[in-house]
Design a protein around this ligand. Structure first.
Ligand code: GSH
Length: 262
């Protein structure tokens, strides 16, 4: 029995869920970012991050490691393309999604999270820098989509990693114009037709109603966990003073650096 320490809205958990569904695997899900599940999550991952996969006696943390584990254990259908060149391309897009893309979107979106009620405004320069860099990545992505309509010749881990981030651009006012991003818009429509993607989008929508519909969130609504890449992006843009003030006000925390082990 596979158990996923999950969260409906985490882009990393969404990627893993789509891979599980694409491979036709049944699994149990625990919404491990709910405050009531915190102790259970720390037990399997001292960093208190989702996703975590438990497969009998094996515990795997980090979404890219979980995808590799699933690919080794359940090779068909594969999420890594065939051939070293395409596999390197797929891994690059997964890494870029998990690091830079996630960092920018996280850092400029905390004011729009339904679990948080912030009375302050995002630093304007932060939003501008984020939107500008997102467009740079999207231009690169536009030219990376090949004749298949996917990033690596067939539906692969590159597409599953990118999709949760691309689907969260609209609320951040990062709009994809047909003239600038024709291939990316077609890719987005194709992705939304994939069964694994459709099922996950429905799950996210259902969960939003279930978790926030009552007006009471089951999640932490004050403190934000800032890990490596997200802090790096802030520091690279000169927001160290803002970050230190968030730390001193108790609104920013960093994860326990101890890694969970397989
Ligand atoms: N590198 C990790 C990053 C996982 C991560 O940052 N997860 C976030 C959710 S998107 C988390 O669990 N944060 C803890 C929290 O918000 O309490 C992965 O790929 O799985």
């Amino acid at each position: 029995m596979l158990t996923l320490y999950d969260n409906p809205f985490s882009p990393f958990a969404r990627k893993v869920r789509m891979v599980l569904r694409f491979k036709g695997l049944q699994y149990g899900s625990v919404d491990a970012l709910a405050l009531a599940e915190h102790d259970r999550l720390v037990h399997v991952n001292p960093r208190a991050e989702v996703p975590v996969l438990v497969d009998g006696g094996v515990t795997v943390t980090d979404s890219a490691d979980i995808v590799s584990y699933l690919e080794d254990r359940f090779p068909n259908p594969a999420v890594l393309p065939i051939g070293p060149e395409l596999r390197a391309k797929a891994r690059r897009w997964q890494r870029l999604s998990d690091t830079l893309l996630d960092a920018i979107i996280h850092d400029i979106s905390i004011w729009t999270w339904p679990s948080h009620h912030r009375s302050d405004q995002p630093p304007r320069v932060l939003l501008e820098a984020g939107r500008r860099e997102l467009h740079q990545i999207l231009v690169d992505l536009e030219s990376s989509i090949d004749v298949s309509g996917f990033v690596c010749d067939q539906l692969s881990i590159a597409d599953f990693s990118l999709f949760p981030h691309v689907s969260s651009l609209k609320p951040l006012a990062v709009l994809l114009e047909e003239a600038a991003y024709p291939k990316l818009l077609r890719w987005n429509r194709t992705m939304r037709m994939q069964l694994a993607v459709q099922e996950d989008l429905e799950y996210v929508k259902r969960s939003a109603i279930e978790k926030f519909g009552s007006g009471q969130s089951p999640y932490e609504d004050e403190k934000i966990v800032w890990r490596g890449d997200r802090i790096e992006w802030l520091l690279a843009h000169g927001f160290q003073d803002w970050f230190v003030s968030e730390l001193s006000r108790g609104r920013a925390i960093v994860p326990n650096p101890v890694q969970g082990a397989a």
